[in-house]
Design a protein around this ligand. Sequence first.
Ligand SMILES: Nc1ncnc2c1ncn2[C@@H]1O[C@H](COP(=O)(O)OP(=O)(O)OP(=O)(O)O)[C@@H](O)[C@H]1O
Length: 309
Amino acid sequence: MIEIEHLTRRYGPRAVVDDVSLTVQQGEIVALVGTSGSGKTTLLRMINRLIEPSSGRVRIGGTDTATLPPHQLRRRIGYAIQGHGLFPHRSVAQNIATVPRLLGWDRARIEARVDELLDLFQLPPAEFRNRRPQELSGGQQQRVGVARALAARPELLLMDEPFGALDPVIRAQAQQDLRRIQRELGTTLLLVTHDMTEAMFLAHRIAVMDHGRLLQCAPAREILTRPASPLVQALAGETARPFHLLSLSQVADLAQPGHAEGPPITPDTSLRDALAQCLWSGRDALPVKGGGVVTLAALRRAAAGAVPR
Ligand SMILES: Nc1ncnc2c1ncn2[C@@H]1O[C@H](COP(=O)(O)OP(=O)(O)OP(=O)(O)O)[C@@H](O)[C@H]1O
């Protein structure tokens, strides 16, 4: 668990992070979103003390981070940034092994961990272990960056726009990978993103910042249906709101008995994709694999904020 208490960072008279308090539970994903320059990166970097707070406190698993030497703290916290920050002259395996080596793990344990992570990120170890970062695609480099951040099984992973540079297809894949891996490992994750769709897909709660202040921290559905202020509403994207709401639920949540023509849709498809299929194929209902249907009428109700099930 991370407890952020009245955290403030000033540059001169100006507080760029202003009295922010936030608790993140073990295994939870919180996405930090907000206007440009609102203090998201500064808040993230105060957690691993790449930036020192002017006042306030961060506790990780009950320990006040100010009581630990920063280098020791950083070995307990994974950190992944846009552009990956891989060491160009080191192999993939050496990059991933960075923190385990600093922690003095023995060679066999490090090698086993590197291969385990490469497998987890679907990069076959025999093929990728000895490559240099420049011999990888952008998406592969990004996965190695996250694997490196996770290498020493950190209790907490901080990510700053980790998928910002990826094209939409690889980005969607990277988001799915991250969600799967986070579930498998149970890592607590704090993520800065500019992409509200990404925040909604990944996060249990979304923290919205503006001018250094935390305006609201709540599950996506609440941010969309009960924004704390007009600015939160604007940041959540007013025109995209129905589509965001649909993206939060799956066909399985809305399926009802019945029969419909055409190719079936799988129960784990998002309602947003189901709507797209209805519109594109001109159908009023889609059959669901395994039985039942999802109807355009039900999708419309869900898009207007009705909670499925
Ligand atoms: N070293 C510094 N000295 C003075 N001001 C700084 C310094 N670092 C950051 N700032 C200011 O602090 C504010 C918050 O910056 P920060 O990078 O945390 O914002 P952000 O929300 O991550 O922005 P973006 O979304 O544009 O990446 C900005 O106005 C920035 O100009």
